[in-house]
Design a protein around this ligand. Structure first.
Ligand code: PLP
Length: 367
């Protein structure tokens, strides 16, 4: 094992962090809720286009410092795309071969981006197969399985070190309501919500954390029952968030509220936000925006003032052939009109009149 390679690799990761400036915090006026300010932490501006740039860098630090990644080690990941895009970028930087195991339904744009960073894509037919297939491939290649679902909550320094939470609170410091009443995020691995929930407690902020969860996901039921054996027959229709099984990096005890968001509502909110900001974002950003609007309307109804922060997780360019394509929506049977009306009324009037009463799926108890 070449200690010199390890030192060089760590120096390269540090230099990448040094070259990267922090992502922006955008302010969104809510015409219907004066006195409530909404902020969007725009993680789509990272070099690899999503919030996963932070996690990928942390997972490489974790793997190298644990001696699991060495010169020439093949890197394998189970990912719906965003993490694989970011990991492929760092693997190429370190001269390591990279393999992404993903569902065959992953957007072609993400597949192309992984190939752009010289990564190899390894497809499985059923989303639930990604874990065992990634493990098997890593063994066959004598490589390292990064396993974001297990290590996301462990590899990220939740006490600081410029993690996403520290960045949000620093950027809010000069705002009229610097301590947000709510932070709203989605959960795929659960790493982002774990980092933010822990940081809020560690720093003693009077901020509540809400997770906006797609309706096919098991996280909402797990948060309510703490039954880690829960599974859901269907994967989430929103890339990157919502899971068919309980993931090890999802930490329910630091989450104050779960908000279930149906697919049409996520996509309607995604499109609406892109109109408001004049820039396209991905589906999980729509899920977050929908959750944040619901909380803003509830605060307004209670006569509360304050700020809410949510996340833009990735750019919309990756979904031009799916979420932003009307023909694709039709073939998938997604009708957005009612959901668009809900979002518009919430945004312009501050009233919460949801078209669909979002309810979590009846997860199947494991045999
Ligand atoms: C686009 C997108 N949004 C949100 C998330 C959720 O982030 P986390 O895995 O930290 O829960 C992911 C995770 O892969 C993602 O790809």
């Amino acid at each position: 094992m070449s200690r010199q390679w390890t030192l060089n690799a760590l120096a390269q990761l540090e230099r990448d962090a040094q070259r990267s400036s922090d992502t922006h915090l955008l302010m969104i006026e809510l015409p219907g809720a004066p006195g409530i300010s909404l902020y969007l932490k725009d993680e789509s501006t990272h070099p690899t286009g999503s919030l996963k740039h932070r996690l990928a860098r942390s997972l490489f630090f974790y793997g190298i410092c644990n001696g699991l990644i060495q010169e020439g080690t093949p890197i394998v990941e189970a990912s719906s795309g965003s993490t694989a895009v970011s990991e492929a970028y760092f693997a190429r930087m370190l001269g390591l071969p990279f393999y992404a195991v993903m569902p065959r339904s992953t957007s072609p744009a993400k597949v192309a981006q992984i190939a752009f960073y010289d990564g190899f894509c390894h497809f499985v037919d059923r989303p639930a197969e990604v874990y065992t297939e990634a493990e098997r491939l890593a063994q066959r290649l004598r490589g390292h399985y990064m396993d974001q679902f297990t290590y996301a909550e462990r590899a990220t320094d939740w006490r600081g070190n410029n993690n996403i939470a520290e960045s949000i609170f620093e950027q809010m410091a000069a705002e009229p309501c610097p301590v947000p009443r709510w932070i709203v995020v989605g959960a795929g691995t659960g790493g982002t919500s774990a980092t933010i929930g822990r940081y809020i407690r560690y720093k003693g902020f009077d901020t509540a954390l809400a997770v906006a969860d797609p309706s096919q996901s098991v996280f909402t039921a797990y948060h309510a029952t703490r039954d880690a054996t829960l599974t859901s027959p269907h994967g989430s229709e929103i890339e990157g968030i919502g899971r068919p099984r309980v993931e090890p990096s999802f930490v329910p005890d630091v989450i104050d509220r779960m908000i279930t968001v149906p697919t049409a509502e996520s996509l309607a909110a995604m499109r609406y936000l892109s109109q408001v900001l004049g820039r396209r974002y991905g589906g999980s950003t729509g899920t977050n925006f929908y959750g944040a609007l619901q909380l803003a309307c509830e605060m307004r109804a209670r006569g509360e003032q304050g700020s809410i922060v949510t996340l833009a997780c990735d750019g919309g360019e990756r979904y031009l052939s799916s979420y932003y394509n009307d023909d694709w929506l039709q073939t998938q049977g997604h009708h957005l009109d009612a959901a668009l009306a809900t979002v518009d009324t919430a945004f312009r009037e501050g009233h919460w009149k949801p078209a669909a009463q979002a309810k979590a799926p009846e997860p199947a108890l494991a045999a």
